[in-house]
Design a protein around this ligand. Structure first.
Ligand SMILES: Nc1ncnc2c1ncn2[C@@H]1O[C@H](COP(=O)(O)OP(=O)(O)OP(=O)(O)O)[C@@H](O)[C@H]1O
Ligand SMILES: [Mg+2]
Length: 269
């Protein structure tokens, strides 16, 4: 059994779209390929993967598993319209209850699973969760502003110190003159940059419905950008030949919302 590929989604600044990238990338990868995907919400201050994917109130979550109060298998929930498995975060009355002292055993237990990819959403900044040795790569999310880009470059240096390969993803691109251009971002980052992922109101409308925009607005420019990042991520790690490409009907039947429900209902044999 191959080891799961662990991808950390990070940023130095808050609110730039880490959770949005995590949730949408996971459903895109799971609907384009047969790869088995687990999303882990490690953000114990503001967990919002569940909110974006329809698990609004999780009773058991990441902090229970990492603090050994629950087994991983009992805390994982399945996102029905994509097949993505999710270890949600939980909001505790006492913030300190959620803080894991050492995540080494947790990370080892992840390695023993049969997931192909594990996407870890994180709180802003570089929190030492003793997970560094287990991360295969990081996606650093930035908006096209000078403050976000420069702090992302600094975060990239932290990953360099841990020998973790990282790629910058530009999110919320409005194509305005006041923004930093993709060429400037590339020059700042000094390497490959993914995106731009457009700023699109659909994302916030979908979030309010707890459905990833990639599923709710499959034909939007946002979804096209996410699809490219999903294909790039799959391709870099063995490609669709390794994980198997989903047939178009199968992809359609994973569609979310009421349309997806009706399509699945009538396609049952
Ligand atoms: N491409 C986009 N277009 C429009 N809105 C977006 C886009 N990406 C994210 N948003 C919106 O921006 C807000 C912040 O996004 P998100 O929660 O993903 O950021 P975050 O980096 O995870 O935040 P935090 O640091 O608090 O964890 C959300 O309301 C989300 O819907
Ligand atoms: Mg977040």
């Amino acid at each position: 059994m191959a080891k799961p590929r662990i991808i950390r989604i990070s940023s130095q600044k808050g609110g730039v779209g880490k959770t949005t990238l995590t949730t949408n990338l996971s459903v895109a990868m799971a609907t384009l390929s047969s790869a088995k995907i687990l999303v882990v919400d490690t953000d114990t201050t503001n967990p919002s993967v569940g909110f974006q994917m329809g698990f609004v109130e999780a009773n058991i979550g990441f902090d229970d598993v990492v603090n050994k109060r629950a087994e991983l298998s009992s805390a994982v929930v399945v996102h029905m319209s994509s097949g993505v498995h999710v270890l949600p975060g939980t909001i505790r009355a006492k913030y300190t209850e959620a803080l894991p002292a050492d995540a080494t055993d947790f990370m080892k237990s992840l390695l023993a699973t049969d997931y192909d990819f594990i996407l870890m959403d994180t709180a802003p900044g570089f929190t030492q969760l003793t997970t560094e040795n287990f991360i295969d790569e990081a996606l650093i999310v930035t908006t096209p502003t000078m403050s976000s880009c420069t702090s992302s470059v600094r975060l990239g240096q932290v990953f360099d110190n841990h020998a973790i390969p990282h790629t910058l993803v530009v999110n919320r691109f409005k194509n305005k003159l006041f923004e930093i251009s993709m060429r400037e971002v590339r020059a700042l980052a000094g390497g490959a940059v993914l995106g731009p992922v457009p700023d699109n109101e659909d994302v916030e409308i979908a979030e309010a419905q707890h459905i990833p925009a990639y599923l709710l607005y499959a034909r939007s420019d946002f979804s096209a950008a996410i699809r490219d990042i999903a294909l790039y991520t799959l391709e870099r790690n063995g490609g669709l030949q390794k994980y198997g490409q989903k047939a178009p009907q199968e992809r359609e039947s994973r569609r979310g919302g009421i349309l997806g429900f009706i399509m699945r209902l009538f396609s049952r044999k």
